[in-house]
Write a new protein. Structure first.
Length: 155
């Protein structure tokens, strides 16, 4: 009789020969007991089954905002009245094409406003964060702060 790798041979009556891998259960056959076999495992901090637990902080992360270059654009523009395209390109170490694409994504989401004009005779592009952009950035920073707080508390 050959036994497949990882399979348990059966004894008469259909029971497996080695049941050591199965968790011990209370007499009613319900909750698994801890390794000492005495009491159900500690569930401190878990919500009772009838209550929904609050969402994990990562559910508050916005994919549009969270991408590192877009997060950089939003933080820089939140610190200034407006930022010039060339400054953003250098500060974030992006090509003009990559920065332009990120700005398009943010502008389509209503998070920034791109303004074109002239400084003297030279064409310029300025980026300004919108009220929605400030709100989205604040929510992103709050979610990241909560993750940091939880991580620090768990250490």
């Amino acid at each position: 009789m050959s036994v497949a790798a990882g399979a348990q041979p059966e004894q008469a009556g259909g029971q497996r020969a080695n049941q050591a891998d199965e968790p011990q259960r209370d007499q009613a056959g319900g909750a698994p007991l801890d390794q000492a076999g005495g009491s159900p495992p500690d569930t401190a901090g878990e919500a009772p089954p009838d209550q929904a637990s609050p969402p994990h902080p990562t559910s508050g992360l916005n994919d549009t905002v969270h991408q590192r270059h877009r997060l950089g654009i939003l933080t820089i523009t939140a610190e200034a009245k407006r930022a010039e395209f060339g400054y953003l390109r250098e500060a974030l170490d992006l090509t003009a094409g990559n920065l332009s694409r990120h700005l398009t994504v943010l502008e389509e989401a209503g998070l920034v406003k791109v303004e074109k004009g002239y400084a003297g005779r030279r064409p310029r592009t300025w980026v300004r964060i919108t009220a929605s952009g400030r709100t989205a950035l604040g929510a992103e920073l709050a979610a990241l702060s909560e993750l940091l707080r939880r991580h620090a508390a768990g250490s």
